[in-house]
Design a protein around this ligand. Structure first.
Ligand code: 4AD
Ligand code: MG
Length: 443
């Protein structure tokens, strides 16, 4: 009978037992007639030893990296200093290469297509191959765990999950970044945010969240802007601004706890970001007006090369310098209405500003944007007018203020930006499967 089939990261106490494994050759090294392979299956890595005849046939068949193999053998313990994954190796006594499993060799070998010297643009075209690298696969495995953790934590907090449409006829975050498309005989857009739809769910489902794609036709090439990104959005009913901030920091910390409770995920995060530390609650709170003063004091100039003044947008570069110097999560709050979206509620004590929040993280800057929403019909109509938006196509949104309005607020978190911070990646492009941005729509 065949020995038990195990994944490469599993069965850590099985030394001495016979197992059957499947995987691709991640690395190969020959030493004194013995072939040492590192096998990879997405669940882990395993060192495999092919000795004697098995090593000879490996050569004779001109097998090479990325070949898929089925291997039978016995697990043995190796000393920690030997750098074998999980301090063990598989002493193979049989292997099989099924038809089609052999990886291309020669000029077409994967090592000739992807190497340290391959040009950046080519590497991006070859994302389907570079995904097999250790960093890329760790980031995507952490991503899976983090996305799952958001679902777990929202369930703990009794939010309900909904799935708003991606094809819409309204904008949320300004017309400049809308992707338009022909929709039968009409025009439609790809959604920029599900927020307005989430707001319509409150009366029937209570607090809600969604994890959907948002689309932005961003024309600038930055390390934190994608054309298509995963947007984690939540909307909470009968709350005030403090409730919103408390909820947000609780969610972010709980998500990290849940994700890190998985030892593999914790290991990958520490591999990718050795300095990672759990953020402390409460997060630092800073008003926009205080941030402007801070930027002036620290001689950080605005986009026109002048000292910042009230009303200025805090651009990406200035924001990142601020977060890098302060070096902890910051809730930046109370932005002026003019530089924020139409739906944001004004602060009762200071009509110049809104009850809005951006959460900034070291290394990345803004990873969350949220606010309390205007809940009075007249005030909302005035906001549409001020922003010169025709309210007609928003009838389903403005109706919410006619039929039992409520104080409510919510936020959107960019999953790729959260991961860029957590996994210390230079760009959000490396935090998604196949990045989409200006000039790139493949593979
Ligand atoms: O700040 P934004 O534009 O806010 C909204 O869309 C709100 N309607 C969300 C809400 O309240 N439900 O976007 C929210 C977050 C940003 O903080 C950022 O993390 C991410 O979405 N984001 C992007 N991520 C990658 N590429 C882009 N082009 C992004 N634009 C926004
Ligand atoms: Mg924003």
């Amino acid at each position: 009978t065949d020995p038990e089939k195990i994944k490469l990261g599993d069965g850590k106490d099985t030394k001495g037992t016979r197992v059957r494994v499947f995987g691709r050759v991640h690395r190969e090294r020959k030493q004194k007639g013995i072939m040492f392979l590192t096998l990879r299956d997405g669940y882990g890595y395993m060192q495999v030893v092919l000795a004697g005849q098995l090593a000879k046939t490996y050569d004779a068949l001109t097998l090479t990296r990325e070949t898929s193999m089925e291997i039978l053998g016995e697990l043995a313990e190796v000393p920690a200093g030997a750098h074998a994954p999980h301090n063990r190796e598989l002493h193979a006594d049989f292997y099989k290469i099924h038809p089609g499993w052999k990886a291309a060799g020669g000029d077409d070998a994967i090592t000739n297509r992807v190497s340290k010297d391959t040009e950046h643009a080519t590497l991006l075209d070859l994302r389907h191959l570079t995904l097999r690298g250790e960093t890329a696969s760790k980031v995507l495995i952490v991503r899976d765990a983090v996305e799952y953790a958001f679902n777990v934590v929202y369930k703990e907090l009794r939010l309900r999950k909904v799935s708003p449409p991606a094809l819409v006829q309204t904008m949320v975050e300004g017309g400049a970044t809308l992707f338009g498309l022909p929709y039968y005989t009409e025009e439609a857009f790809l959604t920029q945010s599900s927020q307005l739809y989430l707001e319509t769910c409150l009366p029937s489902m209570g607090d809600v969240f969604c994890i959907e794609k948002s689309f932005r036709a961003e024309k600038s090439l930055t390390r934190r802007h994608l054309a298509e990104y995963t947007h984690i959005e939540a909307e909470l009913d009968y709350i005030n601004f403090d409730d919103l901030l408390n909820h947000l920091e609780l969610v972010m910390c709980r998500v990290l706890e849940v994700a890190l409770a998985n030892p593999t995920v914790k290991q990958y995060i520490m591999d990718l970001n050795p300095e990672f530390e759990m953020p402390e609650r409460p997060f630092k709170r800073m008003k926009y007006s205080e941030a402007i003063e801070w930027l002036v004091e620290n001689n950080i100039l605005n986009e026109d090369g002048e000292p910042h003044k009230f009303g200025d947008d805090i651009a990406e570069a200035a924001e990142r310098r601020m977060t890098d110097i302060i070096n902890r999560p910051i809730f930046l709050t109370h932005f002026p209405a003019e530089i924020k979206a139409f739906y944001m509620l004004k602060d009762k004590d200071d009509a110049r500003v809104t009850e809005s929040v951006d959460c900034l993280m070291p290394g990345v800057g803004e990873i969350v944007g949220g606010s309390m929403r205007i809940d009075q019909h007249e005030e909302l109509m005035a906001a549409f007018k001020r922003e010169e938006i025709d309210p007609a196509s928003y009838y389903w949104y403005t109706d919410q203020r006619k039929y039992g309005s409520s104080p409510h607020g919510g936020y959107g978190l960019g999953l790729e930006r959260f991961l860029a911070w957590l996994c210390k990646q230079h760009t959000v492009r490396d935090c998604c499967l196949y990045p989409r941005y200006f000039g790139r729509c493949k593979p």
